[in-house]
Design a protein around this ligand. Structure first.
Ligand SMILES: [Zn+2]
Ligand SMILES: [Zn+2]
Length: 224
């Protein structure tokens, strides 16, 4: 733990920026590039920490997020197809690599080379397997989104929560910054509730009224 030079609160010593007041706590003056790197590292450390805490959620700031929008991803069918193709390709890759490993074992080549190829082949099987499992999860999420329009769900790690409306898939996004420390906000889901989490401090949380959000969304869609 280290103590912030500005607000006096204690925080993780691996962080450069204080998660409470956002001020820089470096040993020496940092260059622009160093600052940017430190910011990225801080974000990584904070986001890798445990998920949203219940006690923090109770203190969440409600209704402060106004820069909220949704981005059209495409039809729900095309997303499902893409996911299905990835599942099929990863299964083919897995079978292909197992066959490759087996054929290599029968081949009359150097033992060292044989071992290397077999290890590589099984490593590829593991990678393809991981892709396959995650895509099955994504595909199932798309099926659920299709069945229940206007229900928000986190589908993949690198994208915000999604919902469907009239066969189209949308991703929730925000360009709003944290009101307490100017950190970027990430949209996460906890027990079916949408929570905006500050990338600099996981205790800086925001919630919105989903009914209002959907009402505004529908109004916009009908206008276009
Ligand atoms: Zn501070
Ligand atoms: Zn913040």
């Amino acid at each position: 733990m280290k103590t912030c030079k500005f607000c006096g609160k204690e925080f993780d010593e691996n962080l450069t920026f204080c998660p409470f007041c956002g001020k820089e706590n470096a040993e020496r003056k940092l260059t622009y590039v160093e600052k940017k790197k430190a910011r990225e590292k801080d974000t990584e450390i904070i986001l890798s920490k445990a998920s949203i805490q219940d006690e923090d959620l109770k203190k969440a700031n409600e209704g402060q997020i106004s820069w909220l929008y949704s981005e059209k991803i495409g039809t729900i069918n095309s997303s499902k197809t893409k996911s299905l193709i990835l599942i099929v390709l990863s299964v083919i890759a897995m079978i292909g690599c197992v066959v490759w490993a087996q054929l290599t074992l029968k081949n009359d080549i150097q033992d060292n080379l044989k071992l290397l190829i077999v290890v590589a082949a099984y490593f590829a099987v593991a990678v393809a397997g991981a892709i396959c499992i995650s895509e099955i999860y994504v595909f199932r999420a798309y099926l659920n989104l299709e069945k229940q329009p206007m229900v928000v769900m986190k589908v993949t790690f690198n994208k915000g929560p999604m919902f469907s409306y009239k066969d189209m898939l949308y991703e929730m996004k925000t360009s709003e910054k944290c009101h307490l420390c100017e950190g970027d906000l990430h949209i996460e889901e906890k027990d079916g509730q949408i929570v905006f989490v500050c990338s600099q401090n996981r205790a800086h949380l925001y919630t919105i009224n989903m009914e209002e959000y959907f009402a505004q969304f529908k109004e916009k869609i009908e206008q276009n």
